[in-house]
Write a new protein. Structure first.
Length: 177
């Protein structure tokens, strides 16, 4: 091994080679289409515009599916969380002081929006501009949050549901409880 050389450099070269080969094959597909258009027109009786439409669909549909999958994943992360704050707050605390409880629960979004980027920037600055450790910290925090939610769900399943008399005494006996 050469002094000062990264031991994983050989592996990185092979991964880069595989990725570039795959990219070249994909580009080759686009070039090959121009060769295939005349046989497709002859075999199926298609016009040039119909073959162009087929090519457009072959190229655009996978790209759009990838884009929509990305939007879906982001939507689950943000929209799913924000959509569940209200029902979870109502389920956990009841409807009596829902607006106050919801405001307190929603403050978590403001705190995370303020602290998260600052934490990531500080960690990246401490690591020479590399955000890898910041993403690792975010991943660990996510796993901790999931674990806490699993603990909450397990504890709440063991707790018996309040009776109608207990709900009435607590002042939560209405259509929402």
């Amino acid at each position: 091994m050469t002094a000062g050389r990264d031991p994983d450099y050989g592996v990185q070269r092979w991964v880069t080679l595989a990725a570039c080969t795959l990219a070249a094959l994909c580009c080759g597909f686009f070039y090959a289409w121009s060769v295939l258009d005349k046989p497709m027109m002859a075999a199926h009786g298609w016009t040039s515009s119909q073959v162009s439409l087929a090519f457009t669909l072959v190229v655009a549909v996978p790209a759009m599916c990838t884009l929509l999958a990305g939007i879906f994943i982001v939507g689950i992360c943000y929209g799913g969380f924000l959509a569940l704050i209200g029902p979870v707050t109502l389920d956990v605390f009841g409807p009596k002081h829902f607006s106050v409880n919801f405001g307190i629960m929603f403050l978590t979004v403001a705190v995370a929006s303020y602290a998260g980027p600052r934490l990531a920037a500080a960690v990246a600055q401490a690591n020479g501009g590399d955000f890898g450790r910041a993403f690792l910290i975010a991943a660990v925090m996510t796993v901790v949050g999931l674990a806490l939610m699993a603990v909450y769900v397990a504890v709440s399943r063991r707790r018996p549901a309040p009776s109608a008399g207990e709900r009435s005494a607590a002042g939560t006996d209405d259509a929402l409880s």
